[in-house]
Design a binder for this molecule. Structure first.
Ligand code: G3I
Length: 346
């Protein structure tokens, strides 16, 4: 087993100062110097976080904290189709470029999220009546344009996001024409176009709710095998891990899921970790963060853990659920300590 690679961990913080167990106030300004209480953290596997340029650009404390605490970022929304693909031949990379350039100036790697999804589809695409030939050309052109634009700056892409239902069937959608018009081959078309646009980028299929096993994980494993057999490029599977402190998967279950995907021949990442408190204590939530980190650290194929946001005040779930590792005042929680401690054990 490799030795712990955490270069620096948390600055000493008393447990009472960690703010666990009590509901964090909404939208309180970060206290001056909050970010400075977290020293530069580098772990193996590394940690990432999701950020949005419109929030980050106006928030000095957040911009100070992110490069200290994390090794990579994922744009939470700035790269999604409805943000980028404005019209059939019109792209808007302004926010994504600003965020990616900022990240690279800070020495942070960037995960690209996401190219093909059934949500956040531009209305002109949902509303169109496309022939298969036309839509195939559009999909290929779109993926090549976006991945090509960031070639060399984004090293990992969620090429296809959340393709399966809980029952393990490819997901149909009123908003996204991909499956309905192109059939299941849309997945291979997107992956091939991404590889052509940036041969060095790692290409992922990202999925929600697969970490607990079941038909969705079975379907993912089958998809990986089918794609590989057909010579379609796929490098990894992302496990989102939007978890619930009241009913979390066990560490053993998480490891089992990761090992199963690794055995199918792909890398694994935890891509969107958060843990809704649902009334659970800070200690209980921290145990879940610790289990996820420990599972990833125990499986060689698990290359990174990304938390879906920095502080409780900016989570998509809402501050009331306290789902992240820093509280609404940007103080590290027990969950941060548990996560960094667990991943540093590899
Ligand atoms: O950009 C508009 C803004 O102009 C407007 O003022 C505001 C008013 O509500 O809405 C803004 O858009 C919101 C966008 O986030 C940016 O804040 C959308 O309404 C909102 O739906 C959108 O939510 C995002 C959600 O994906 C969309 O489905 C969340 O921030 C984001 O965290 C979430 O992330 C997803 C992953 O991409 C995939 N996995 C699940 C995960 C959680 O749902």
């Amino acid at each position: 087993m490799r030795r712990a690679a955490a270069l620096l961990a948390l600055a000493p913080i008393s447990l009472t100062a960690l703010g666990c167990g009590s509901r964090a106030p909404d939208r309180e300004p970060f206290p001056d110097g909050a970010a400075a209480r977290v020293e530069r953290t580098r772990t193996e596997p590394p940690l990432g976080t999701a950020v949005t340029w419109s929030v980050l650009k106006g928030d000095d404390e957040l911009r100070a904290l992110v490069p200290r605490a994390f090794a990579s970022i994922t744009p939470e929304n700035d790269l999604k189709p409805d943000h980028v693909w404005r019209e059939r031949d019109t792209y808007d990379f302004a926010a994504a470029d600003a965020l990616v350039d900022w990240a690279r100036e800070q020495g942070l790697r960037v995960r690209g999220h996401t190219l093909v999804w059934h949500q956040q589809v531009p209305p002109w695409l949902s509303d169109g009546d496309w022939t298969p030939a036309e839509l195939e050309r559009m999909l290929t052109e779109y993926v090549r344009t976006v991945v090509g634009h960031f070639r060399g700056r984004i090293d990992t892409w969620d090429v296809v996001n959340e393709p399966f239902t809980d029952a393990g069937r490819l997901r149909t959608s009123r908003d996204a024409p991909w499956l309905g018009v192109l059939g299941p081959r849309y997945v291979a078309l997107a992956l091939r176009a991404a590889r052509a646009a940036d041969p060095r980028a790692k290409l992922f299929v990202n999925e929600i709710g697969a970490e607990t096993g079941g038909p969705k994980l079975d379907a993912l494993v089958r998809m990986v095998a089918d794609l590989k057999r057909a010579g379609v490029p796929i490098d990894g599977v992302g496990l989102e891990a939007h978890l619930d402190a009241a009913d979390p998967p066990s560490r053993a279950r998480l490891e089992q899921t990761m090992r199963r995907l690794a055995a199918a021949g792909v890398a694994v990442e935890v891509t969107e970790l958060d843990v809704a408190a649902h009334g659970a204590s800070g200690e209980r939530q921290a145990a879940v963060f610790g289990d996820v980190g420990a599972a990833c650290a125990a499986v060689a194929a698990c290359g990174r853990v990304t938390v879906w946001g920095v502080s409780d005040r900016d989570s998509w779930i809402g501050a009331g659920e306290r789902p992240l590792a820093f509280d609404a005042n940007l103080r590290a929680k027990l969950s941060w300590r548990a996560l960094t401690g667990a991943v540093s054990r590899r």
